[in-house]
Design a protein around this ligand. Structure first.
Ligand SMILES: [Zn+2]
Length: 294
């Protein structure tokens, strides 16, 4: 029996092994097209895993990937999952500026919708890069009619994070229903820890993730938001030479055990699509007393 009554958000950030932020200094965007793409086979494995468990989730997809794999987009949608946007080519929001960000997400959405045949209503920033530097990003999302964003990591981390942000859903713009659903954190000994996926889930023992999500469901009485990447279940991916040791350790640890760990996680809790979670959270969240200025 899955734990409790909260329906948590299950999400996949659809990007390939060469598109991660940790490798951007050693693999140029111009070289992406010449590399072996593994995202489609890895997503098919994830679709099988979800189907076996009878769960639905959300696939935050790069426009760059959707353009090259339209059949995959249609398969994901046909199996009842949500396809949302992860931007065009994984450039972080704080590097784009307002005008380029607006163009990036408009282009990604158009291509993803054309490929999948479904409307896109949700967005996740690459590397959770909406933070105190980008108070305009939510305005742009609202202007373009998005229902929700899941783009904030309310922690301090070496690559990302906005430690002052709320831990749970908030409406960042006073006259808009746009809701932000931050990725899950846990409170431990007075500290906030990342607890929604990524290296945290893959590297640490599974029991830690189970404890954290139970704490969020039971003590905070809120849904958790979990994310992972297709390359995290792929021990056969090419190894990137020349990346910093710390990045390589984080990227390649425990790839072989990830599918089993995911299976346990999916079986231990209740899961659903992010758009449905966002609608429930929006209904219980009043518009936004959150100070967004840096
Ligand atoms: Zn990403």
């Amino acid at each position: 029996m899955p734990f409790g009554t909260q329906i948590n958000g299950l999400s996949v950030d659809v990007e390939d092994w060469f598109q991660v932020g940790a490798f951007e200094k050693v693999i140029a965007r111009d070289d992406w097209s010449g590399l072996a793409m593994r995202v489609e086979r890895n997503c098919d494995e994830i679709l099988q895993l979800f189907d076996d468990a009878g769960v639905k989730g959300t696939f935050f997809t790069l426009g760059w990937v959707a353009e090259r794999h339209p059949a995959l987009m249609r398969r994901i949608a046909a199996q009842g999952h949500e396809i949302a946007s992860h931007g065009w080519d994984h450039e972080r929001v704080f590097r784009l500026g307002r005008t380029d960000f607006a163009a990036d997400i408009a282009r990604a959405r158009r291509v993803i919708e054309d490929a999948s045949g479904e409307a896109v209503t949700g967005y996740r920033a690459p590397s959770f890069s909406i933070d105190a530097r980008t108070p305009w990003a939510f305005e742009v999302l609202a202007e373009q009619g998005y229902a929700y964003s899941s783009s904030v990591a309310p922690i301090a981390h070496d690559h990302y994070g906005w430690r002052e942000a709320p831990r749970f859903a908030f409406k960042p713009i006073a006259d808009s229903d746009l809701v932000e659903i931050p990725v899950t954190t846990a409170q431990f000994g007075g500290r906030r820890l990342a607890a929604g996926g990524g290296g945290f889930f893959r590297v640490l023992p599974y029991g830690f993730s189970r404890w954290a999500i139970r704490q969020v469901n039971r003590e905070d009485e809120r849904p958790a938001v979990f994310y992972f990447h297709p390359w995290e279940i792929d021990p056969g991916q090419p190894r990137v030479a020349g990346a910093p040791l710390r990045s390589r350790l984080r990227h390649y640890t425990n790839l072989g055990v990830m599918a089993d760990k995911l299976g346990r996680l999916i079986g231990d809790f209740r899961w659903g699509r992010m758009d449905e979670l966002a609608a429930r959270e929006a209904a219980r969240t009043v518009a936004a007393p959150v100070a967004l200025a840096a």
